[in-house]
Design a protein around this ligand. Sequence first.
Ligand SMILES: [Zn+2]
Length: 429
Amino acid sequence: MPPFVIRGETFAFTADPFTGPAEVAYAYDSDGAVVIDGGRIIETGTAAAVLARHPGIRVDHYPSHLIMAGFVDCHIHYPQTRVIASYGKQLIEWLNTYTFPAELAFADPAHAAEVAEVFFAEVLRNGTTTVSSYCTVHPQSADAFFVGASKRNMRVAGGKVLMDRNAPPGLLDTPQSAYDDTKALIARWHGRGRNVYAVSPRFAPTSTPEQLEAAGAVWREHPGTLMQTHVSENAKEIAWVHELFPDAPDYFGVYERFGLAGPGANFGHAIHLSKRERAALQASGSGISHCPASNTFIGSGLFDLAGFTQNAVPAGLATDIGGGSSFSMFATMRTAYEIAQLRGHSLHPVQAYYLASLGSARVLRMEHQIGNLAPGYEADVIVLDPRSRPILAERVSVARSIEDVLFALIILGDDRAVKAVYVAGEKVG
Ligand SMILES: [Zn+2]
């Protein structure tokens, strides 16, 4: 495909809005242009300057629309696509009542492929161009995930979950099969196209110490892969971990003990960590996935975002479908804002978009590939319509700044605001 231009109101990050003032951490151009060639962004600038340098180039022009990097959802469960909006349970009962029965069906590769199709269509419709997904215990569920992503040329991370206790027999592997299957899946998918493998022990309660040991070993043996798991989401879960691992200092200490912390480790939730756990997590270089709409929906608690970002812990934003109640990163940013408000702190809109794109990319160690609109980045780009709903158009008509428009979109936007989606420079919706 010859080079082409996406023209509109461009928005890009120029700095981390958590380590300096958010107001100066971005560049906005009311008539900007992004030049794309070979699936990458090769140039950005004002439309006038860019078009003068590239006479006759194809231009996809979106007047009065925002052009930015696609959203990155750094913690999601694709097999739980149909579990979304299930009533009345908290974490452990949630898993037993809804999640585990749904995941049993993924032993069937045809079912896995069918749900993966629905899943990828839904994330792209919402402007999310990268996910890091848990699959089920079945290796074929990971195959279906990576096949679906590869078909769309999306940059994704994912992995089969490891669980060898405290779940129905049909969802259990063993330390050895977890190790062998993970190794085989890494060989099959990691680094193939835009796929990245994430070693995925579900969480400490569903793995024996022997299996966590195996998970640590396989992760260590494959540098460049990621590790994802859950930590400290819910009070009952934490008490259970203390019972199951009486020798560990605390929940995070279980993962540390088995070599499951460090750069490239992605911990979901991290709501109720002790002072020691916070310090250890920060010192390890691990990242955190903040899953606000899951935390409120399942009733888990109010994450201390400000506490972590002040200490420069890599943090991203995630839907945690099916615990989360929406595939939309607007809804996710909105709930992150509301949780921060409840904790006495106002999340700046530029910080929210950062978490939902470049921040999540940083958790996945992809911050030099995706999550921003800058030369050299892969061309995962979304086009947003800040007038996609009557009430949003009304609100934006009195907006005082681009930050005001971005905030209105967070609060009032949904999938209708996603006008176009480009994956590796290819328009997919
Ligand atoms: Zn989760």
